[in-house]
Design a protein around this ligand. Structure first.
Ligand SMILES: Nc1nc2c(ncn2[C@@H]2O[C@H](COP(=O)(O)OP(=O)(O)OP(=O)(O)O)[C@@H](O)[C@H]2O)c(=O)[nH]1
Ligand SMILES: [Mg+2]
Length: 442
């Protein structure tokens, strides 16, 4: 997700970060490179201009500012502006739905509506489980246009473990999808569900009939939550789609799907700024648990290649006990973690899943190939063995390790001394990264 932008930004900002002094030329060059990156990411020109204006305004006089190094300060400015553009600090986080409610999921054909309906159901179930308040969820569809559409939802409902309802005897005859919606609504009411998530039909392009039908369903069911599903791969085009839906039916928030693809992230970047509506979730894969809350602060950090430890920590929530996580996060942020913590974190990683899967949340890992990741996974196993051959004091103060202890440890772990040195190097790098985190208070 945002790999494209984060790679580009990492290049520009990496170069700037180390500059102890910034000249006007440096700043101009950096601004130009940021502009190129955004253009290539398919961000609309007008949005880029506004973004750069706001950066330039704050970058005035940066050469002489006290505190952070000028290069770092520039990155902080870019980060903060990025945050504004992505929706600011007061983003919409939908983890507290009001029940009972109807949710309606709309969007163009193939944007990912049906998959998203299932993901939302799964999300509601897992939130409900966390809070210890089970929810009765009903899925239904009024997509009579694509032959297998309703069956697709039925299968998905089963895999999530929620109810599915399809009223008998409705078809495509004029007005029928709207009547079916009414029938579904009655079923939802009569059976005391907490939430009905209604899947709707999509068309290849924005089309009057589709919008008219949605408008009628909207009037009839008055859904509390209307989601517009947008395919992130369609780039700027999705902004046009969003305008059309907003004008005709209206929606509360957008869900951007396929952010795991090589989508360049331009739509997400421009969405809040252009449409003035929040993005509530992003889809990051085809499976039912590939749905994440869209949290601008995390996205901004991710784009800038600072990784996304917070999302990673959230992902681990079900596999690792909360206290462990909080301790790890605290240690990491404070920059004061030792080899024992490093080993514990590696333990957590194996609980969460393979390194490949979580790599996209880690800083600078975007440009590493699957082969290299596989290598890293092997390396991690070695590292764990090495750390477990150390004594407690060495884990806390690895600098006390001398050549003979390194040899003993390597032998104990079944590796060579070189591996021990590599581990110590990696650990040092992680510590540096943690320090950077602390500085930016991300
Ligand atoms: N990689 C990836 N694929 C996705 C994501 N969301 C949906 N898809 C895939 O996109 C394709 C279309 O998804 P659907 O959910 O059927 O889309 P739809 O909007 O319901 O399509 P129609 O009903 O034909 O209008 C499917 O192959 C999904 O698996 C996502 O976040 N990431
Ligand atoms: Mg569908």
């Amino acid at each position: 997700m945002f790999d494209f932008l984060s790679k580009k930004f990492a290049g520009v900002l990496g170069w700037l970060k180390d500059k102890g002094r910034l000249t006007q030329d440096n700043i101009d060059e950096a601004v130009k490179q940021v502009q190129d990156a955004l253009l290539q990411a398919d961000v609309p020109y007008k949005v880029i201009q506004d973004f750069l204006e706001s950066i330039k305004k704050e970058a005035v006089g940066l050469e002489a500012s006290p505190g952070l190094r000028p290069g770092e300060k520039f990155i902080k400015i870019v980060h903060d502006k990025l945050l504004d553009f992505l929706g600011g600090k007061n983003a919409l986080v939908l983890n507290n739905f009001q029940y009972p409610c109807v949710m309606m999921v709309m969007g163009l054909q193939g944007s990912g509506k049906t998959t998203t309906v299932a993901k939302l159901a799964n999300y509601i179930l897992s939130e409900a489980q966390k809070k210890g308040k089970p929810k009765k969820v009903l899925l239904a569809s009024v997509d009579y246009y694509r032959p297998a559409a309703i069956e697709q939802l039925k299968v998905l409902a089963k895999s999530v473990g929620v109810d599915f309802y399809a009223p008998e005897g409705f078809g495509l005859t004029s007005g029928e999808p709207v009547k079916a919606a009414k029938n579904i609504y009655n079923y939802f009411k009569n059976n005391n569900y907490h939430v009905l998530i209604l899947d709707t039909a999509g068309r290849l392009h924005v089309d009057e009939n589709m919008l008219e039908e949605l408008k009628n369903i909207d009037k009839l069911l008055t859904p509390r939550y209307k989601f517009l599903v947008l395919d992130a791969m369609t780039g700027q085009e999705s902004l046009t789609v969003a305008h059309a839906f907003e004008n005709a039916v209206g929606f509360n928030s957008a869900i951007l799907t396929k952010m795991d693809s090589d989508a360049r992230g331009g739509a997400a970047f421009a969405f809040k700024y252009e449409i003035k509506k929040p993005i509530s979730f992003v889809g990051s894969g085809e499976k039912i648990d590939d749905l994440e809350s869209f949290i601008p602060e995390r996205m901004a950090s991710r784009i800038l290649g600072m990784g996304d430890i917070l999302t990673l920590i959230e992902k681990t929530e079900n596999s690792i006990n909360l206290q462990d996580q909080q301790d790890a996060a605290k240690k990491f942020m404070s920059g004061g973690f030792n080899l024992q913590d490093f080993a514990d974190q590696m333990g957590m990683v194996s609980k969460v899943g393979s390194l490949q899967k979580i790599a996209k949340y880690l800083p600078g890992v975007g440009n590493i190939s699957p082969e290299m990741l596989e290598k890293s996974e092997k390396e991690m196993k070695k590292f764990k063995a090495i750390i477990s051959s150390m004594n407690k004091k060495e884990r806390i103060l690895p600098q006390i390790l001398d050549a003979s202890r390194k040899r003993r440890i390597a032998k104990g772990a079944g590796v060579v001394v070189e591996d021990v040195n590599i581990l110590l190097q990696r650990f040092e790098q992680s510590k540096q990264f943690a320090k950077m985190f602390k500085k930016f208070k991300i």
